[in-house]
Design a protein around this ligand. Sequence first.
Ligand code: X2W
Length: 291
Amino acid sequence: MAAQMEKSQAMKRDSIATARMLSEALPHIQRHDGSIIVIKLGGHAMSSPDAMASFARDIVMMHQCNLKPVIVHGGGPMINAMLEKLEIPTEFKDGKRISTPETVEVVEMVLSGTVNKTIVQAINDQGGRAVGLSGKDAKLLVCDQAEGGLGLVGAPKKVNAGVITAMLDGGFIPVIAPLGAGEQGQTFNVNGDTAAGAIAGGLDADRLLLLTDVAGVKDGEGDVLTNLSAEQVHAMTQSGVISGGMIPKTQTALDAISNGVRAVVILDGRADNACLLELFTDHGAGSMIRA
Ligand code: X2W
């Protein structure tokens, strides 16, 4: 009997905490009302069905609160696995996959096929209405061939955002695979971060959330910096404090900001409810970069 009473008391305390938390989220929900939020979901962040379900729940929650989430995904590890299965060797240069026509065929099959549909299904399983697209649909991401001998790697040149805004206006959640359409009918393989930055710029997005597998941009002592200006990011890159794998992320952030995105947040996508923590709490998550 006593044990039952204790359990019921604990449940009541949990419920009170949940109600308080919802109430505290109100000003944040109001602040983001109607905002376009582009979220880059990397292949590493899709490792488990549980992480996927948690991400999908956050997205549906955002949509339910009248934010307009747009997902741009990667899938590097899944492409690697398929290329290995097919015994096609693959190589990276400056973080980009050197892409032969044969590679691009596999990249499109994996990204537009399994990866895209897994995310679409995860969102729909949580009660959302997600629609899968790639940068080739309605030529939403027009690319030139990137420089540097990378083969069919695309450098975004123009975003035709109409198909995305039409979906948002219709109440759908677009999920976009990072392929690009060439002017001569080519299919380009585009780095997921690069595609997300370009699409966020093309949509004049309020936020770009780059979900990664690190906590954020760190200072010389290894502490995460929560607020950075574009100028500080430039200086930290020059001095070598920002280095290695963080450089493409901060570069994407700076490009997106110069294309009109209000703020870019680099955060750890492996943490539970990373998107909700960033958008709907006072504390936020990761590193925010602004002009
Ligand atoms: C990437 C596209 C996928 C991607 C690739 O082929 O792996 C280029 O490198 P993550 O999971 O976000 O790394 N494209 C040109 O970016 O996936």
